[in-house]
Design a protein around this ligand. Structure first.
Ligand SMILES: [Zn+2]
Length: 166
């Protein structure tokens, strides 16, 4: 790459995330612009990412839209051996290219909050009701341990009733 600044742009579709094995991503439309500046032996890379991806909602598991609007800066330089830090990568002299796909993918994934859900009221109601019931039943198990429950476990009673009704 010559000294100076070069601009690149990429479009990330679903294929990209499939290749990167980000299986939670179910749709994608993200524009990436990369400005790469060579200063001596160091390449300064500056990424701007904007677009939208589809990921499963934590509350109902249906696809939700997640907006991506972020920037990321890193440096790539030549050195004796491969090293990858938070925002600097050292590559051996023998490499004639550095693949930015992993950095781009990680940057997108880092924009996803730990808890991500549809807006209030936009969830798949049927599914979130089932999941709430499931987690409520899960909580019961722990408190049940202390009583001599066993066969009189109310959950089994409920199941039995369901079975008899069918
Ligand atoms: Zn939801």
């Amino acid at each position: 790459m010559p000294v100076g600044t070069q601009e690149f742009s990429y479009h990330l579709g679903l294929d990209f995330f499939r290749k990167m094995e980000s299986s939670d991503v179910s749709s994608a439309d993200v524009e990436v612009s990369l400005s790469a500046k060579r200063v001596g032996d160091t390449y300064k890379l500056f990424f701007t990412l904007t677009g939208v991806i589809g990921i499963p909602c934590d509350r109902c598991l249906d696809e939700m839209e997640h907006r991506v609007d972020t920037t990321y800066a890193m440096s790539v330089k030549y050195g004796d051996e491969y090293y990858e830090g938070d925002d600097v990568v050292v590559i051996p002299e023998s490499w004639d290219a550095y693949n930015v796909a992993r950095a781009i993918c990680d940057t997108v994934m880092l924009t996803i909050p730990i808890m991500h859900t549809h807006e209030e009221g936009k969830c798949n109601e049927e599914m979130s009701r089932l999941l709430r019931q499931h987690s409520a039943a899960g909580d019961d198990t722990e408190t049940d341990d202390t009583d001599d429950g066993g066969s009189s476990d109310p959950r089994w009673e409920a199941l039995r009733k369901l079975k008899n009704n069918n």
